[in-house]
Design a protein. Structure first.
Length: 74
C-alpha cells in the first residue's frame, strides 16, 4: 500500500491555491487595463466634443441593454 500523507496532498493543494491566485491577479490586471482603455476612449471623445456630459450614463444604459454580450466582462 502507498504511504500517502496529508502533507503530500497539502503540497498539491498549495500548488492549486498559488495558481488560482496568479489567475486572479492576471484577470484583475486585465480588467484594470480594460477600464483604463474605456476611460481613455471616453475622455478623448469628450475632449474632441464628439460626446457630451451625459455619455457615461448613456453608455451604461447601452451596456445594460446589451448585457448578454458583455455580461462576462463587466
Amino acid at each position: 500500500m502507498l504511504n500517502i500523507t496529508n502533507q503530500n496532498f497539502n503540497e498539491i493543494l498549495q500548488t492549486i491555491q498559488e495558481s488560482k491566485q496568479k489567475a486572479y491577479a492576471q484577470v484583475n490586471a486585465t480588467l484594470v487595463e480594460l477600464y483604463w482603455n474605456i476611460g481613455k476612449h471616453i475622455s478623448a471623445k469628450v475632449k474632441e466634443k464628439v460626446w457630451g456630459k451625459g455619455v457615461v450614463e448613456e453608455l451604461a444604459n447601452f451596456i445594460k441593454n446589451k448585457k448578454n454580450e458583455c455580461q462576462t466582462l463587466l
